[in-house]
Design a protein around this ligand. Structure first.
Ligand code: UD1
Length: 372
């Protein structure tokens, strides 16, 4: 039996962790014991607890209750707390997800204590070094013993950085491994979307019909904290909603709530952050999705929905390559053009993100590594 510590903190990590916890429970309970540490980066009930309840994730064994703060203060508290846990009991490895400050903190704390780091969603790059997420994922990748890359593009990015066939060694002289695993978010989308369709009442609650609304989400700091950019986005959403007489459903991240523009169309319906079942239902049934979230871009693709990407670049370049998404940045004209282009184009959505069994592949990879 091996023991792993999973670190989560922000909303998307809680969701991703559901796929691994489910696979441990269903297929590896005799070989793997998982303990969960929640840093407390996201703490509002509708940013955190709702996902545990809905997705059947075990209650965290540890909760650091770190909360908000500057990047340095928030990350420092997390490193200290994770270090204490790693020193208090033996773990054969730490599982980290994505690119948040919780990911960075877990990588730094574990690597210094020679606890093997297993990074899920490795190799993603926007090449925009001013994004905190880009900084976090690069550091985490370089400190990781196994890099679980969701796509071929991610594998190629790791190769370009010398992370494949590198000379780096970790505890006991073990080298680094790169495994193309597929995407645990695709596992989750397949598993939960049927449940969501049956259980979610969000379309009725919002008073919208399948195919006849736009779903929008905005939470990136470079969009929300800049009045010009957030203003441009809301202006575009307002114009599209008015001209096309189509409602825009916008679940509001707490960060965005603080920086809302003073005026926008009343066809933009702001709702509280959505539960996972609700967001899946909203994504699956939208005419178009408009977002600056990496996860929402991908889920739109899983459900064959076209996506306007409210960023200057994206890590998920496959979506652009297949013309299922268009980069619009926070430019009003480009957002409107992208929306028009996608509304009238025929797009195909090939299975680029694995076969829905990424979690099993990841756990097998970890077991082989620890046992080797
Ligand atoms: C974080 C991640 C981002 C991820 C996103 C998902 C980093 C650097 N960024 O961004 O990669 O896509 O989570 O949501 O880790 N707040 C609340 N209640 C909460 C959580 C946050 O009010 O439950 C407010 C706080 O005022 C906080 C702000 O939102 O300062 C931003 O939260 P933070 O965790 O710093 O980053 P996110 O923007 O959520």
């Amino acid at each position: 039996m091996i023991k792993l510590l999973t670190v989560i903190g922000a909303r998307p990590q809680i969701i991703k962790a559901a796929a691994i916890s489910r696979a441990v429970r269903d297929s590896f309970s005799d070989k793997i014991q998982e303990k969960i540490l929640h840093t407390g980066q996201h703490y509002d009930a509708n940013m955190s607890q709702v996902f545990f309840d809905e997705l059947g994730i075990p209650t965290p064994d540890y909760n650091l209750g770190v909360g908000s703060g500057s990047h340095g203060a928030q990350t420092a508290k997390m490193i200290e707390g994770i270090e204490q846990v790693l020193c208090s009991e033996h773990f054969d490895g730490i599982i980290l997800y994505g690119d948040t400050n919780s990911t960075l903190a877990g990588a730094v704390a574990a690597a210094k204590l020679h606890v093997p780091v297993f990074h899920i969603e490795a190799g993603l790059r926007s090449f925009n070094m001013s994004m905190p997420e880009e900084q976090n994922r690069i550091v985490c990748d370089h400190l990781s013993s196994i890099l679980f890359a969701p796509t071929q593009t991610a594998v190629d990015n790791l190769a370009a950085e010398g992370l494949i066939f590198s000379k780096a060694t970790f505890l006991n002289g073990k080298g680094r491994e790169v495994i193309k695993s597929g995407d645990v978010m695709y596992d989750n989308a397949l598993y939960f979307s049927k449940l969501a369709q049956d259980k979610s009442t969000i379309l009725d609650d919002c008073g919208v019909e399948t195919g006849n609304y736009i779903l929008a989400t905005v939470h990136r700091d470079f969009n929300t904290d800049d009045p010009v950019r957030i203003g441009n986005i809301f202006k575009a959403l307002s114009l599209i909603a008015e001209e096309d007489q189509i409602p825009v459903i916008l679940p509001l991240h707490p960060r965005t709530r603080k920086y809302l523009p003073a005026q926008f169309s009343n066809k933009i319906k702001l709702i509280p952050p959505a539960s996972f079942f609700d967001i899946l239902t909203l994504e699956k049934n939208a005419k178009i999705v408009m977002t600056d979230s990496g996860g929402v871009q991908k889920e739109a693709f899983f459900f064959s929905r076209p996506c306007v990407i409210l960023r200057p670049e994206t890590e998920w370049v496959e979506i652009l390559k297949h013309k299922a998404g268009v980069l619009s940045d926070a430019n009003t004209d480009r957002i409107m053009d992208a929306c028009r282009t996608l509304s009238c184009s025929e797009v195909v959505f090939p299975p680029l993100f694995g076969d829905g069994k990424a979690a099993t592949k990841i756990l097998k990879g970890i077991l082989d590594y620890v046992d080797s």
